[in-house]
Design a protein around this ligand. Structure first.
Ligand SMILES: Cc1ncc(C[n+]2csc(CCOP(=O)(O)OP(=O)(O)O)c2C)c(N)n1
Ligand SMILES: [Mg+2]
Length: 788
């Protein structure tokens, strides 16, 4: 591995460092006051504690001062640990990017969000954070995406590549997803990535294990990262150089995390007592203790590098190459606040008296709490001038809004028997033939299931992406294979190891490539439907960030029959139904699928759009030979259409979704003799139908009396007491809400138990979704309807 090129930082002008120290102080004040105001000054209407994290914020004030006011460039992208949100907002305020009126709105409705939010905060958040570990990992995938668009020259000519930076709470490293991401990053030789660990050795409940740290730096090292440990500040550095200094250093190095934290909290006298007891006889120690009063001793013993702006600044500036770098910055949780180091300080808030003392020590006059410069020691115009010239602040907002990519009609190969999964592979293969801008913007990814989810033909055409070219060894060795595997920067498929969490984080980053890097991508991720569960928090996270992608989940349900229970899914339809920001579809036929995909690529690009999920099947079914009219297309997108419309006042409908279409068709044909007016309803998206229904209800409440949902129109011809037999290879609750739309009776068929291995006839019978089960439900419905 190439040696890092280290650049020696220019010697800082004393006034520049001094200005940074002043801003650091201001940030500590503003973040603390923002939280105080929210909890102790703003009246509470509900008796709930508002919260906010003064200690977590204090812990990173120095790191964030150095980063934002000195080191970062506008093209850098930063994931700020969730509990440092107030510090971030204070920075944007000082840079003139946040209306001061918003400062007292922390945690209010439409105010500053509790944790930095891309979509809800107004001050240019790059990555949302909140669920710990995710912001960290997404920065790694963003680094990969930035390189993807750079190598393909998709980014605007003037877009300079930046560093992807995560400010990491040390407890975030307990989340396995961080290590999954690191491993993938190592495989892909990720570049331009900084993780700055706020190593305060405290999490929420407690002080963390002493055994951890030697391990963490080794882990990073093993993954090819540079590790820069920032442990002691300049004051301690000088003390270590004195007689007795080596003993003092050893003492601190060996001090258990819990004891160190407790002494931080207790202060100078407690440090003295322990040092006298443990080191009193060591030469030089007495003299050192005598020279420091309690306050000065406390300051000395807590002089960790993560609070030493000069050390932090020098270390960050010293990294000038693109090697991924982990900074382990020793800090103190609550540094500078009365509960510094206390193990219970995570949710701790200064009380009124503590705040009054803190305010006095910060020299903030009453009424000047939000002032940008009150209490600082340098002239206002000097500070203002400095802030105007901060490199990071030169561009605002830093997000791009690239033009949309035109989406052509998609060919639907609909002859004979075909599964929706095969149809997906063919549609993509057709797209892959063309040399259109649309085709160039598609990027596929999959966690080791590309071939088994039918991405194979696309990958054959467009190649696998990698920074460096690798030939297909099997091909060069003349081993016959249907699947080419040529890796190059031109490739448009990003292959991941089996870690579904990584899939969703990569999709999250790919789907933000437009706003983050100015290069719009149309990402498609495939996985087996049941393994959505494995990546669920990351899927939610991607949607929360309003990232735009197409998720293709296949195979699905018990219809993957022989694969058995461990691979079957019944609840994923409920997950995608309930997930905001994701429009979920389950087509039965390939012409429907082509219409949905075309619409989906548009929907991924419009402002009020979102991401798209397709639940597909491996079951081959006869494709209908039909004219696919625009009206049919609109109905498919809205969520459903009549295969056989009911007669007026019909009292029976079979409503199906997805792979059970043949059973629904069969049962419908069989009941027509007894119930000639019975309807057969194809549901292509329970999610969109449901959304439309809720939206129409809201519109009516808001005064639009004529608002009508698609599902209401569909069900309008039915008799008041009609029965709907709903059937799908998924949890029956996915469709059973249909009974509430117009007060119809529901006979919900579906899967609500763990599956078994078997073939489709056995399994559909066992779980009650075969033709007989549908007919049986029809019979029971008829008895209820006519028998009384
Ligand atoms: C996935 C997830 N689990 C639990 C939480 C609740 N939680 C919030 S902060 C925190 C501990 C954070 O400690 P650390 O990352 O060290 O941050 P610090 O406050 O010490 O800066 C926990 C458990 C969460 N936000 N996300
Ligand atoms: Mg911590």
């Amino acid at each position: 591995m190439a040696q890092p090129r280290l650049r020696i930082a220019e010697t800082p002008q004393p006034d520049r460092l001094e200005i940074l120290r002043q801003l650091e102080r201001k940030l500590l004040w503003l973040a603390s006051w923002m939280i105080h105001e929210a909890n102790h000054i703003r009246p509470s209407r509900d008796g709930l504690k508002v919260g906010g994290h003064q200690a977590s914020s204090a812990s990173v004030v120095t790191l964030m001062t150095a980063l934002y006011f000195d080191v970062l460039k506008p093209e850098d992208r930063i994931a700020v640990k969730p509990h440092a949100g107030p510090v971030f907002h204070a920075i944007q305020y000082l840079l003139g990017h946040l209306d001061p009126k918003l400062l007292p709105t922390l945690r209010t409705y439409h105010g500053l969000q509790s944790y930095p939010s891309r979509t809800k905060d107004v001050d240019d958040v790059d990555f949302s954070t909140g669920s710990v570990g995710l912001g960290v990992a997404v920065s790694l995938f963003a680094a990969l995406v930035q390189e993807y668009v750079q190598l393909k020259k998709l980014a605007p000519a003037d877009a300079r590549p930046g560093r992807m930076v995560a400010l990491v709470g040390d407890a975030e490293l307990d989340e396995g997803n961080v290590f999954e991401a690191m491993f993938e990053g190592w495989k892909k030789d990720v570049r331009n990535l900084w993780w700055i660990i706020d190593y305060n050795r405290q999490s929420l409940d407690a002080v963390i294990s002493d055994r951890l740290f030697g391990r963490i730096d080794q882990l990073f090292d093993a993954m090819g990262w540079r590790v820069v440990t920032l442990k002691y500040g300049k004051l301690l550095g000088r003390a270590f150089a004195r007689p007795g200094g080596a003993a003092l250093r050893r003492w601190i190095d060996e001090c258990p995390n819990s004891l160190y934290s407790a002494l931080v909290f207790k202060g100078g006298a407690a440090w003295r007592e322990h040092l006298v007891r443990d080191l009193g006889n060591a030469p030089g120690i007495r003299a050192l203790l005598d020279e420091h009063d309690d306050e000065a001793l406390g300051r000395l013993m807590t002089n960790l590098a993560g609070h030493d702006i000069e050390t932090v600044r020098d270390a960050l500036h010293a990294v000038a190459d693109d090697k991924p770098t982990c900074f382990i910055a020793y800090t103190i949780k609550g540094f500078g606040l009365p509960f510094a180091g206390h193990k219970d300080n995570h949710a701790g808030l200064m009380n009124q008296a503590q705040m009054a003392a803190f305010k006095q020590s910060m020299r903030i006059p009453d009424g000047k709490e939000w002032d940008r410069f009150a209490g600082l020691d340098l002239p206002e115009d000097m500070l203002a001038q400095f802030l105007r010239e901060v490199p990071f602040g030169k561009r605002f907002p830093r997000q791009y809004a690239p033009a949309k990519i035109a989406v052509p009609e998609l060919e639907a190969p609909t002859r004979g028997r075909m599964s929706t999964q095969e149809g997906f592979g063919r549609i993509l293969n057709e797209i892959g033939r063309g040399d259109t801008e649309f085709a160039r913007r598609i990027v596929t990814t999959s966690p080791d299931v590309s071939v088994s989810t039918n991405l194979g033909p696309w990958v054959n055409r467009r190649g696998v992406y990698g920074r460096t070219e690798t030939s297909d060894t099997f091909a060069s060795e003349q081993v016959v294979s249907a699947q080419r595997w040529v890796v190059s920067p031109k490739g448009q498929h990003i292959e991941l190891g089996i870690a579904e969490h990584n899939l969703f984080l990569l999709l999250s980053a790919l789907g933000l490539s437009g706003p983050l890097f100015g290069a719009r991508l149309l990402p498609i991720g495939t996985l087996y439907d049941p393994f959505i569960r494995r990546g669920l928090d990351a899927l939610h996270y991607a949607c929360y960030q309003d990232s735009r992608f197409m998720l293709v989940a296949t195979p699905s349900g018990i219809t993957l029959a022989p694969e058995g229970g461990a691979h079957q899914s019944c609840e994923t339809t409920l997950i995608t139904l309930a997930q905001p920001g994701l429009a979920a579809f389950e087509p039965a036929f390939v012409d429907e699928l082509a219409a949905i995909m075309r619409w989906g690529f548009e929907y991924m690009q419009v402002d009020d759009g979102g991401s798209v999920a397709l639940r597909l099947s491996t079951r081959p079914v006869d494709q209908p030979q039909r004219a696919f009219t625009p009206a049919m297309r609109d109905a498919v997108i809205a969520g459903g259409y009549w295969i056989m419309p009911p007669e007026a006042n019909s009292d029976l409908v079979i409503a199906y979704s997805g792979a059970v279409a043949p059973e629904a068709f069969g049962a419908h044909a069989a009941i027509l003799e007894d119930a000639p007016g019975a309807g057969l309803l194809a549901i292509t998206s329970a999610d969109r139908l449901h959304d439309g229904w809720i939206a129409a209800r809201r519109a009516r409440i808001a005064g639009d009396a004529r608002a009508t949902a698609h599902v209401e129109t569909l069900l309008a011809p039915l008799a008041r007491d009609a029965a709907l037999i709903t059937v799908m290879d998924a949890h029956p609750a996915t469709l059973s809400w249909l009974g509430s739309v117009a007060g119809h009776r529901i006979y919900p068929l579906g899967v609500d138990q763990f599956g078994q291995s078997g073939d489709i006839p056995d399994l559909y019978r066992a779980y009650g979704i075969d033709t007989d089960a549908i007919l049986d439900a029809c019979a029971r419905a008829a008895l209820h309807s006519f028998g009384r």
